[in-house]
Write a new protein. Sequence first.
Length: 312
Amino acid sequence: MKMISLWSFAAVMCCVTFVTASQTKNKPVKQPIIVTEKKAVSETKSIFDKRAESSKKVVSNAFAISQHRRNYILPVTYVSRPNTVVIDLLNSDNVDPIEAKYQISVKLPLYIEQDSASGLYLGFTAKSYWQVYNSDTSKPFRATDYEPEIYYTWDNELSILGFKFNQLQVGFNHQSNGRSNELSRSWNRLYASALFSDDSSFYYVKTWYRIPEDEKETPQSIDGDDNPDITRYLGNFEFGYGINWNQFNIVTSLRNNLKTSDNKGSIELNITYPLTDNYDVLLQYFNGYGDSLIDYNRHQQRIGLGIQLKFL
């Protein structure tokens, strides 16, 4: 898919956002642009209200950890250009484009403000790509990415233009594929994000600064930058939008380098439908760069079906 198609998709999502926002505000009552009074803010409904209350209960429990990002398993995915460079036995002739993908993501509170979920957290996310149906090569894990981070999050008590300003977050993030020498991929970032929502949808923006590393003396050097051009492909900006439509939750994220002459990025679309009180059926589609860290500079398309631990 060309980048002009990505931007067309983004334009459509912005239109949907505008229409949805208009439909949810069906009472022509004038409100101040910014509301900070606690009672008035609490009356502003949010798609995250239930999740926020659950999070407060979990972080107050010294024996519990909670979801950070989404947790899911996609037993069946199809990927357009699976990378074989990380596994000796894999090559273009025997790699299976049908594989499993899963993500595990948890967070642990280090310091929590009184009567709040605001505080300092340690987060960890692992994402794996498993050639589970490839018996010819002993069903290897084709790639695994590890992402520890430490961050401070503020749960806000204000609303803007009728939308609840749920959360502001700043942190330090490290991502690596756990490999060495020429196969190593890693980077460190400082990031900030903001989350807004109403009773049926949410919006977030995230930006980051990559911490510079020294250039490698040789490709085999242990010290130095494994991937100096990674921001060219993964960019410095991400925008996300989600909506609850009937019983479906539709969440899309757009990542881009915001360049006009060499525009690159990705789109991920997640559609879930309730399976039980705790689990949803998940359909996921990805198009662009950075499906996995080893593929940060390799354009991929992937579609998969599986199960997700309830997130909204």
